[in-house]
Write a protein that binds this ligand. Structure first.
Ligand code: PBG
Length: 312
C-alpha cells in the first residue's frame, strides 16, 4: 500500500556522480575526510568508471587536480590538460555516461581563489574571458555539458555566447545558480587542494542568510540561458530548492556536497546512525523538495542499492 501511495520515488536516473581526477600516474588515493571517495589518475580511472557504467548512473561531474598552478589558472584551458584527457577517455570508453565538467579556477590558481585577483579581490570581469577559454577547451575535448561554479556575475551569458560563436550551440549549461559560502565544502577543499591561501569566498559566494537573493541569481541565470539551475549545498538549503522549483520551469539540481557526505559517513562509522538508511532519507528529501537532479558522492552506493532492492 505504501508503494502505491508514495509521492516521491528515487531513481538511479536522478544522479550525477562527482569524480576527482589527478594529474600523474598510478594514483588511486583515498580522501581521508570522504570515506569511499578516491582521487584517480587517468590510468586508474577504469576502476571507478566500470562501477559507474555498470550501475547505470547517467552522468559524472569532473574535477581536476593539476600539477601546474599559476596566478590565473591558465592550465584550465590547456587542450592536453588532465580534464581534457579525462573527457576524451570517458567518452571513448564509456559512451553510456554523460560527461559534465566543473568550470572553475580554484584548483588551478596558486592562491586558491576562483578567478583573477586584483588587490586581493577576485575581479569579476577579468575572469569572464578566462572562463570562456576554459569552456571552449572542454567543449573541444567532447564534454556533454559544462557547469560553471565560480559565481562570477554574467558567467552564463558569456559562456553561452562563446559556445554559440564557436560551433557549440548545442552544448547545455548547468549553472551553479545559488551557491552559498558554506562550511560544508571543507572536505572537498582538502580533496582537491583548493582552500584559499588567504581570505574566504564571501565576496562572490552567497550569504547563507539570504533566501530571496537566490531568486535574483536564478533570474539572471535563467535569462542568460542556463539549461539547469543548481542549488548548493543541498541539505540545509532545501527551502531554496523548493523556491526555485516553484518559480522556474527548468530542471533544478541540488548538490549534496562533501561535508554533508562526510557527516553521514562519520556518524555511521561510529555506529550512531544507520548510514544506508540516512543516505536514502536525505536523497529522498532532496527529491521531495523539488530537485530533478542530485549531484552526490552517494550516487554509486545509492544506485547499487536501488538496483538491488526496491528500497522501503
Ligand atoms: C569550486 C567548487 C567547490 C565545490 C564544487 N566546486 C568548492 C568551493 O566553492 O570552495 C564544492 C563541492 C563539495 O564540497 O562537495 N570550484
Amino acid at each position: 500500500m505504501r508503494r502505491l501511495v508514495r509521492e516521491t520515488q528515487l531513481s538511479v536516473n536522478d544522479f550525477i556522480y562527482p569524480l576527482f581526477i589527478e594529474e600523474g600516474e598510478n594514483i588511486d588515493a583515498p580522501i581521508s575526510s570522504m570515506p569511499g571517495v578516491n582521487r584517480y589518475s587517468l590510468d586508474k580511472l577504469n576502476i571507478i568508471m566500470d562501477r559507474v557504467a555498470k550501475a547505470r548512473i547517467p552522468a559524472v561531474l569532473l574535477f581536476g587536480i593539476p600539477t601546474h598552478k599559476d596566478e590565473i589558472g591558465s592550465e584550465t584551458w590547456n587542450d592536453a590538460g588532465v580534464i581534457q584527457q579525462a573527457i576524451k577517455y570517458i567518452k571513448k570508453n564509456y559512451p553510456s555516461v554523460a560527461v559534465i565538467t566543473d568550470v572553475c579556477f580554484c584548483e588551478y590558481t596558486s592562491h586558491g581563489h576562483c578567478g583573477v585577483l586584483v588587490d586581493e579581490y577576485v575581479d569579476n570581469d577579468l575572469t569572464l574571458p578566462n572562463i570562456q577559454k576554459q569552456v571552449l577547451s572542454h567543449a573541444r575535448a567532447g564534454a556533454d555539458m559544462v557547469a560553471p561554479s565560480g559565481m562570477m556575475d554574467g558567467t552564463i551569458g558569456s559562456i553561452r555566447s562563446a559556445l554559440d560563436n564557436n560551433g557549440f550551440s548545442n552544448l547545455p549549461i548547468m549553472g551553479y545558480t545559488a551557491k552559498y559560502s558554506s562550511a560544508f565544502y571543507g572536505p572537498f577543499r582538502e580533496a582537491v587542494d583548493s582552500a584559499p591561501s588567504f581570505g574566504d569566498r564571501k565576496t562572490y559566494q552567497m550569504d547563507p542568510a539570504n533566501g530571496r537573493e537566490a531568486m535574483v541569481e536564478a533570474s539572471y541565470d535563467d535569462m542568460e540561458g542556463a539549461d539547469i539551475l543548481m542549488v548548493k549545498p543541498a541539505m540545509a538549503y532545501l527551502d531554496i530548492v523548493k523556491t526555485l522549483k516553484d518559480n522556474f520551469d527548468k530542471p533544478i539540481a541540488a548538490y549534496n556536497v562533501s561535508g554533508e557526505y562526510s557527516m553521514v559517513k562519520a556518524a555511521a562509522a561510529n555506529g550512531w546512525i544507520d548510514g544506508d538508511k540516512l543516505m536514502m532519507e536525505l536523497l529522498l528529501s532532496m527529491k521531495r523538495a523539488g530537485a530533478d537532479i542530485i549531484i552526490t558522492y552517494f550516487a554509486l552506493d545509492a544506485a547499487e542499492l536501488l538496483n538491488k532492492v526496491n528500497y522501503e
